[in-house]
Ligand binder design. Structure first.
Ligand code: GSH
Length: 213
């Protein structure tokens, strides 16, 4: 039995947590609060996460935010050997952490989120076409390098086995695809394989507030 409550819906970050929960086959409840709606600033949610950010997971008396940390936590506590999302071998684990940092820093924070802020949300963050163009160019350079790591025709970032970094990577790739960014064939194929997984399809539905109505 679990007592998992996930806060947050609709975003490229919140779907990571929904997806991990579905990959692990865990039942959970959700408070599908939305960004920029005032809901992350409510007194009730601020008592859960002072940083007022989604996704945030509550597991009984333990609360954790940051999408990558939620994926790792869920796998560490609830996975079986056949569906673990985080490797236990130290070198594989180090490789996993390397991908996490790369994806969150280079693809999410430095590329897609810059575009989101200065192209998608100019009313809040200001319009900055030069920064947006540079962020797209940077994204292309970085995914070019990432694609080279897959030149041995591996199916997933760490090899034959789907892991949490495929969740993180895919959410950046679908984000870029929505912004009409071309992807190297190896990464487009990874995106297509990942989004065909039943857990992704289920998580996409669960990432919408209507699902929980
Ligand atoms: N690095 C964090 C980013 C979390 C984040 O920035 N979440 C946004 C939505 S995607 C948020 O909660 N914004 C608060 C708001 O806009 O009200 C993660 O990966 O979880």
């Amino acid at each position: 039995m679990t007592d998992l409550l996930l806060w947050g819906a609709t975003t490229s970050r919140t779907i990571r947590a929904h997806w991990a929960l579905h990959e692990l086959g865990l039942p959970y409840r959700c408070e599908p609060i939305l960004p920029r709606s005032g809901q992350t600033k409510s007194e009730r949610f601020t008592a859960v996460n002072l940083r007022q950010k989604i996704p945030t997971l509550v597991d009984g008396d333990f609360t954790i935010s940051e999408s990558a940390a939620i994926v790792s936590y869920l796998s560490s506590v609830y996975s079986r050997p056949d569906n673990a999302l985080v490797p236990s071998d130290p070198k594989q684990r180090a490789r996993y952490d390397e991908w996490v940092s790369f994806i969150l820093m280079e693809l999410d924070a430095t590329s897609m989120y810059v575009v989101r802020r200065h192209h998608g949300l100019p009313e809040i963050y200001g319009e900055a076409p030069v920064a947006v163009e540079a962020a797209f160019a940077y994204f292309q350079r970085q995914i070019g390098a990432a694609a080279q790591a897959m030149s041995d025709r591996r199916a997933w970032l760490l090899g034959d086995r789907f892991t949490g970094v495929d969740i993180l990577m895919t959410t950046c790739l679908t984000w870029a695809t929505r912004l009409d960014q071309p992807l190297p064939p190896a990464l487009a194929a990874l995106r297509d394989r990942a989004t065909a997984r039943p857990a992704y399809v289920a998580a996409s539905a669960a990432n919408l507030p209507e699902y929980w109505a």
